[in-house]
Write a protein that binds this ligand. Sequence first.
Ligand code: EPU
Length: 355
Amino acid sequence: MLVEKNVPLQAFNTFHIVAKAHTLARIATEADVLALLEHPEWGVCPKLVLGGGSNIVLTGDVKPLVLKVEVMGRRLLHETAKAYVVEAGAGESWHDFVTWTLQQGYPGLENMALIPGTVGASPVQNVGAYGVELQDRFESLDAVDLQTGKVFTLNAAQCAFGYRDSIFKHGPGTGLTDADLAGHRALGLKDRALILRVRFSLPKPWKAVLGYADIEKKMAEHGCTQPSAQQIFDWVCEIRRAKLPDPQVIGNAGSFFKNPTVTAEQCADIIARDPKVVHYRLADGSVKLAAGWLIDSCGWRGKTVGQAGVYEKQALVLVNRGGATGGEVMTLAKAIQTSVYERFGIVLEPEPVVV
Ligand code: EPU
């Protein structure tokens, strides 16, 4: 295990914010974590688990010990009549893993192509795109309890997945909602677990997940009603490249806010004032609103605070125009929240973790 001091984190967060880790340990194996936990100083100090850094805003140098997860490897574990079960190390790049599954002939993750970040971060966020969420393909994961050093396995129910949410985003204790208590989220594994490996169940026979407006548009353009998994993968890459900034070129953390859910009455109220509001009715009668539209209609698209800006092609994405600080990103985010609240009475909830 490699432990380094004063490590620049700019290359380790997709916003490319300049900050340093006082101490950073690279974790390549389960044994590395266990050795670290036995260390008299590092074993007990506060820790921050860092995956691909694609869902984090750094507002200063990081004092907790940063655990940079670099557990690699990907393999087919077994194949049944119903599914391929594949496993990947938490440090693998998510997109490279998706690409590999398709090359191997295990389709099922294609709608989630090009999501930035690592395999280990994917269950934390319950990442999703174009009609498929991680929880739809999840089998189980192995993690280390950073307090006890025990390695444990969680299935999907135990991960308490929600929309861009899981047990890994909740601490134990106060502020729990009824939904948290009903699921396992009340157990709260925030800052407590380091995910080592994730297993996915890719159903057989494969069935395309269509129906999302952008995918339907591609089907119409290509006159294709039964696309292959590879075709969907290619289209998703094209759609994302056209609409979302490439973090290698322009620093960003994907969608900055979650799409809010409101009651049918609240939605009717907003429609009465803003008939064009983009909304989707959910099975339970509630309505999901497109946060990008709400922000856009408050006039934020293309605006900046310092070097932090609102992306021109997707108002839900905040970007680093070069040298932005985490403080500038958060000032911009707060200004957006205030104006959306003043106009629509809706509180936008940020997606990334603020450190
Ligand atoms: N819209 C606007 N103006 C904007 C942005 C969006 O009017 O500036 C409208 C669009 O026209 C569209 C609607 O809002 O009608 C929704 O936009 P889009 O299809 O781009 O999807 P989204 O709801 O903004 C979500 C996810 C993305 C995911 C896409 C595709 C969240 C918070 N975001 O975005 O996930 O890729 O759907 O499935 O749920 C991420 O989480 O980081 C992420 C990129």
